[in-house]
Design a protein around this ligand. Sequence first.
Ligand code: ZN
Length: 393
Amino acid sequence: MKLLFLFLLLALFSGCKPQEGPICAEVDGDSMLPELHGWAIFETCPKCQFHGLRCSSGTSVCPNCGWLTPENERSELPHEIIPPDLLHIERQEKYFHDDLVVVVPSPEIGPVVKRVVGVPGDRLEIRDGALFRNGERVVYSLVDWVKMRILVFNDDFRPEGRSRWKVSGTGENQTPQPRDGWVLENPAETLTYEHETARFTSTGSRFVPGPITNQRAENGTQFPASAVRFPKEFMVEFEVEFEPEANDACICVTFPTFRLTWRGNQGADLSASKASFIFSSLDGLPRIWLDEKPVPESEISAEEGDFGTIQIRNLTEQKVTIRRLVLWRGEVWEDFFTNYRNFPKNEEKIVAFDCGLEYYVIGNNLFVSDDSRIWGSISPQQILGRAVLVKHE
Ligand SMILES: [Zn+2]
C-alpha cells in the first residue's frame, strides 16, 4: 500500500478489463498514479512549459506552477499516451498489507484496483494527520516513497532562468542563479528553498511567495480547496560533486521537522567524485540514501525541531557543487481519511475503523478515490485477486 493510498491524486478509479485465458487486466484509469500509469498522459503546461504526467481526463493541473487547464481546452496533439500497464490477477487465500488487489465492491461497481490497508483483525486510526494501524504508525520504505513522492520543485526546470533556491551567507551572491550547479564553499553559506505559487492567488503576479501545500501533485490532479493542508514531511534529492583533493564531506539538510547531517568517511578520497543523495523526513523519520543505498541510522545525525524551512549546507571548508536538485513532499492524511465521506457500514464519521473479518482497501488519491471509505470493508469473496503489475517498456 505504500503507494497508493497515500497519494493518489487521481481523479478516477482504476478500472480493469478482464480478458480470456490467464486473468489479465489493463489499467485504464488514473487513480493509481503515479504507481500505475494506465492511460495517463504527458502534457506540456501552456504557462510554464513544464512537461509532466497528468491524469487523462478532467481539468489538468500543472504540477510545477499550478496552472489549470479545463478539460475542453486541453490539447489533443502533444499528448503522449503511455501504453497501459498490464495487471496479472492472482487469486490468493489471504491478502496482506500493501497488496494491490482487484476488487468488485458491488454488482454495479468494478472491478477496480485498490490497495489493501487493513486485513482481518486490524484497527486503523488517524492521529494528527498520520495513519496508524493497530497502534503503530504506518511507515513506508524509501523505495516505496520514491514511487509515491509528489513533486514540489525540480531545479533543473527553469524556463525563465529563475530558481526557487537561493544562496545566502558570506561568499558571493550567486546571481544570476547558476545553471551548472550550486556552489557551497563553506558552512556559512546556505542554500534555501523559497516556494512560489501561481494559480491560486489573485494578485495578478504570476508567481508569488507562498507556503507549500498539498493542493496539486505530480500527476496533475488537484485537491479541493477545503482539503488544502501544509505538508511538513519532505524529500530532497541531489548530486554532490566534490573538489579535486577533497578529503572531507559533511552535508546538512534542514526540513521543517528535522535537521539531518551526513558526514563522509574522514580521510576518504573524494577527489572529484560525485555522490547522489536523498535526504528524507517522510513518515516523520530521518533517513538518508547515498548512491541509492540507505545510510545506516548510526551514521545519520538527526536533530528534531521546528525549523520551518528547507535548506542545504556544506559543513566543511572544502567547496562542493550541488546539481540535479529536486524537492518532493509527502502526503497529508489529516482527517480526510475518515470524514471525507460517510461510511455506509459504519454510519458515523469516524477516526478509527475495525476491519473485523474483512479487508479495508483504498485508492492512492484519497480525495477522489472511491474505496472502502465509501463501501465499507470488503469481504474476501469480493476480491478477484492480487494484481501483479507487468510494465510495458
Ligand atoms: Zn505550469
